[in-house]
Design a protein around this ligand. Structure first.
Ligand code: TXA
Ligand code: MG
Length: 316
């Protein structure tokens, strides 16, 4: 059971007044949860190591898992890292693409888990950009969930996971994309997609990212296999026939035909209903389907999409 106190007064509408208050909290070393176009983030001043440490404590996140730094402009990004590719920032920023680059010395080790690289992203959500503009500091922000739980796509999800561990939750309504940003590591040649996400792989291919590859041995450090996990057991299926056959065997199981925008909210909702097993259909690996497959496969955790599920059996 979460031991956080929940107080609905922490959730505030994202008015100009509250955004200004949130910016002041960030500058004073506090924690603010805020909406982005992907999922809600738990923000702290990225240049303040003490504030950044509070993020890890609130989320119960291991210190070896580095944070994404959110910026308001390419100029701000240039103060944090070298080698920003104009071709990509022009096309994909602001938006759900995180770039891993060589960091500059001003970025604290607390943010990067001691790595020589930093992950940067310019969010598109108007509340996130207004907050960054008001705060005038880069904001380190992981997803605002307990480590390992499904990411939050509504302010209420943040409250349920983090309660009074956060100084303020800015409410921007449900997030639009619903899965986290695509992470592209530009310190490798060719660049590697460390996490599929809000920018589909096809769009990166079109932008000729040299070409971006996925490498099953190279994933973002936080993408440990068991991740995004609801309390229910998750089983994943390649075909609806296979899923229906399994559902007939398990009358208590819930069936999930996922869409990116509602995936995490549905996993949380099924948990709150006490569903013991979730049977999920894997979408085709195109567009946002690739990210949805990735998150569900990790939630299932016991097996990757196995050949036998592809042949119509079940993945266990
Ligand atoms: O859409 C998103 O990216 C959201 C919103 C809030 O921006 N953020 C998010 O953060 O998903 P988080 O911390 O939940 O996931 C960030 C991932 C982690 O798996 C982490 O290991 C990886 O990014 N990461 C951060 N810095 C990295 C680095 N220098 N090199 C490689 N991976 C890095
Ligand atoms: Mg996360």
């Amino acid at each position: 059971m979460p031991d956080t106190k929940t107080d609905k007064r922490q959730i505030l509408a994202a008015t100009a007044h509250n955004i200004a208050r949130a910016a002041a909290i960030l500058r004073d070393g506090g924690l603010v949860a805020f909406p982005t176009e992907t999922v809600y983030g738990l923000g702290a001043n990225a240049l303040d190591p003490v504030a950044v440490k509070k993020i890890f404590a609130a989320k119960e996140r291991p210190y070896w898992d580095p944070l994404i730094v959110h910026v308001t402009s390419v100029e701000m990004a240039r103060t944090l890292a070298i080698g920003l590719p104009e071709r990509l920032t022009k096309r994909f920023w602001p938006g759900p693409l995180t770039l891993v680059l060589q960091k500059l010395p001003c970025v604290p080790d607390e943010v990067t888990a001691g790595r020589p690289t930093v992950a940067l992203r310019m969010p598109k959500h108007p509340v996130a950009s207004a907050l960054l503009t008001a705060a005038q500091v880069p904001i380190a922000a992981p997803s605002a969930n307990r480590f390992g739980c499904p990411s939050p796509t509504r302010a209420e999800h943040v409250l349920a996971d983090l309660g009074d561990r956060v100084d303020m939750i800015l409410d921007g309504g449900p997030t639009e994309i619903g899965v986290e940003s695509t992470i592209l590591d530009l310190t490798r040649m060719p660049p590697v997609i460390l996490r599929p996400g809000g920018v589909p792989r096809e769009e990166l291919d079109n932008a000729a990212v040299a070409p971006a590859v996925e490498d099953e041995h190279v994933i973002a450090p936080g993408m440990s296999f068991k991740h995004y996990a609801p309390r229910a057991r998750v089983e994943v299926f390649e075909t609806e026939d296979a899923l229906r056959a399994r559902a007939a065997e398990l009358p208590n199981a819930a069936v999930l035909i996922p869409k990116a925008e509602t995936l995490f909210a549905q996993l949380r909702e099924l948990d709150s209903q006490g569903t013991p097993v979730i049977l999920a259909l894997l979408p085709d690996p195109v567009g946002l389907g690739l990210a949805v497959r990735d998150r569900l496969t990790r939630a299932a955790a016991t097996a990757t999409v196995s050949d036998h599920s592809r042949r119509g059996g079940r993945a266990v």
